[in-house]
Write a protein that binds this ligand. Structure first.
Ligand code: TNX
Length: 512
């Protein structure tokens, strides 16, 4: 091995250096059960990926990742052939894996991944990626060897919903950025991407019945830049790209507050009939749809109808936060008319936890998203007592737009500074008193984008905190341990470097 020792004392390995093997202890989120063996599997250049009818898409996805860095052909073949390779099988997994889990068996002879669903296999593939050397993530061919540590992993999630949100309203983010983000969040078994599609500063999705929402309401952003919007075809492209990575898009139209872009686009939506100017600042809580005008409900019905038609996933997020320009009574009147517009389209209502107000009726399977900074909240417990489920996004733990430290150049700090340990050290199952783990659907790490403009900004704020939140959503609480986590997180660093992710090199982590 040629090792160059440069004057700074940093050891630089040339690109041709052999890859460093991973261990079974390196996986984030940590699996439910790991039994290492002494065996090592080395992917041969002639390996195939063996699939069954229901696993061929996952096989193609895996081959796409492995071919780039190995340079191997990795043909997809029918399962059952007796040559070495990686098998993706839809039978024979331990029954404990359920709908999202998997069983991975690695011997010197073969890698066999089993699950009950393609989603389970997809999650297993993410583990397999992390068991291969970091160089497997290289976009160009590397020398390997492509080893996988031997043993058995049986793994499944603690919570069914593990999400992250991107605010594309405060700053517009183009389709290519969203796709890149989807590829990266999939590595940590995130399975929901919530897109905040409208706010005071911009409307980001075409609505055919109200075309000025996008063309005018989408024409700027925080700071006055050009903004932008997704055509329906682009939005469907995002939905399909996410679905191919077993990620469900949750579209949000925030209402009745956070609606200046819509109010600016159509004068009729304003109680006084006068359209305000477009807004490019960062204040919150000043705008509201006119809850007493009938046209408001025509508008909402049209918007939700078109959005539902673009959304195969179960949830339509109706926002509902910071409606400070609306009285509590008007807010309830509004939400009690809006929620049935969602359920009428066979979608489930999701909203920020303000929709838990007792005057707002429960709707079937409703999900409230908790974003407070405290550990008790009557809106949340009221909603839960009526049957709602909760997605936990406590702003002082899970907000990816909070600064890491006071020196972080971008981000906000209203909910506190969130270093990696702070993001990791809380329990979604007990965080809010009166909300038992059984009422928790999962976790979501939101990224608001008042200060987050570029792809690099998104990477820097999401990594390494998003993997911490992903582990809280996936791994059993019995495995929760900061010391162990920081060691596992550390070895993700070289992977991110190879993937080109501009991550925050937190001093809390001893990066290799
Ligand atoms: C609060 S959290 C908001 C957003 C801001 C965010 C900034 C929530 C539901 N509303 O409008 O962008 O703080 O951190």
């Amino acid at each position: 091995v040629t090792v160059l020792l440069v004057s700074s004392g940093v050891i630089v390995l040339p690109a041709s250096a052999p890859a460093v093997a991973a261990t079974m202890a390196d996986v984030v989120p940590v699996p439910v059960s790991t039994q290492p063996s002494a065996a090592v599997y080395t992917l041969p250049s002639g390996a195939s990926i063996f699939t069954e009818p229901g696993s061929a898409d996952v096989g193609t996805y895996l081959a796409g990742i492995l071919r780039r860095s190995t340079g191997y052909a990795l043909p997809i073949a029918a399962a059952g052939q007796p040559t070495s390779g990686i098998s993706l099988l839809l039978s024979g997994a331990d029954p404990s894996v359920g709908a999202q889990g998997y069983q991975l068996d690695v011997t010197a002879a073969a890698v066999v991944l089993r699950a009950q669903t393609a989603t389970g296999l997809f999650n297993g593939v993410q583990t397999l990626r992390q068991l291969l050397p970091a160089e497997i993530e290289s976009a160009t061919v590397r020398p390997g060897p492509w080893t996988v540590p031997g043993g058995r992993i049986v793994d499944y999630p603690r919570f069914p919903y593990r999400g992250t949100m991107l605010d594309v309203a405060r700053h517009f983010h183009p389709v290519a950025t969203i796709k890149q983000h989807i590829d990266r969040i999939a590595l940590y078994k995130i399975n929901y991407l919530h897109l905040h599609l409208s706010d005071d500063q911009g409307w980001r999705i075409v609505v055919d019945t109200w075309p000025r929402l996008a063309t005018f309401g989408g024409s700027t952003q925080v700071g006055g830049g050009a903004g932008g919007y997704y055509t329906k075809a682009q939005f469907q492209d995002i939905v399909a790209y996410a679905a191919a990575r077993h990620i469900t898009i949750v579209p949000e139209i925030d209402m009745p507050g956070h609606t200046n872009a819509a109010l600016a686009s159509y004068a009729d939506l304003n109680c006084n009939g006068v359209a305000p100017a477009l807004y490019t600042g960062t204040a919150v809580g000043f705008s509201s749809l006119c809850t007493t005008k009938e046209i408001t409900y025509t508008f909402v019905n049209d918007v939700l109808g078109e959005l539902a038609a673009l959304t195969p996933g179960p949830y339509l997020h109706v926002g509902g936060d910071e409606a400070s320009a609306t009285s509590a009574a008007q807010y309830a009147t509004f939400m009690n008319r809006v929620q049935p517009l969602v359920t009428a389209r066979n979608k489930t209502v999701m909203g920020w936890h303000q929709i838990g107000a007792s005057a707002v009726q429960h709707s079937a399977n409703r999900v409230v998203q908790y974003w407070g900074t405290g550990t008790s909240d009557s809106l949340v417990t009221t909603a839960v007592s009526r049957g709602a489920k909760v997605v936990m996004s406590p702003a002082n733990k899970a907000y990816l737009d909070m600064k890491y430290t006071s020196a972080t150049p971008i981000g906000l700090s209203w909910a506190g500074l969130i270093e990696v340990q702070t993001a990791y050290e809380w329990n979604p199952g007990t965080h809010v008193s009166g909300v038992p783990a059984t009422a928790v659907l999962g976790v979501e790490a939101p990224m608001w984008t008042e200060t987050i403009v570029t792809e690099e900004h998104i990477e820097f704020m999401a990594f390494p905190r998003l993997p911490a939140i992903a582990e809280l959503g996936w791994s059993p609480w019995s495995t929760h341990d900061w010391t162990a986590f920081r060691a596992r997180l550390a070895v993700q660093g070289p992977r991110w470097t190879i993937m080109g992710i501009d991550f925050y090199r937190s001093p809390q982590i001893t990066w290799p």
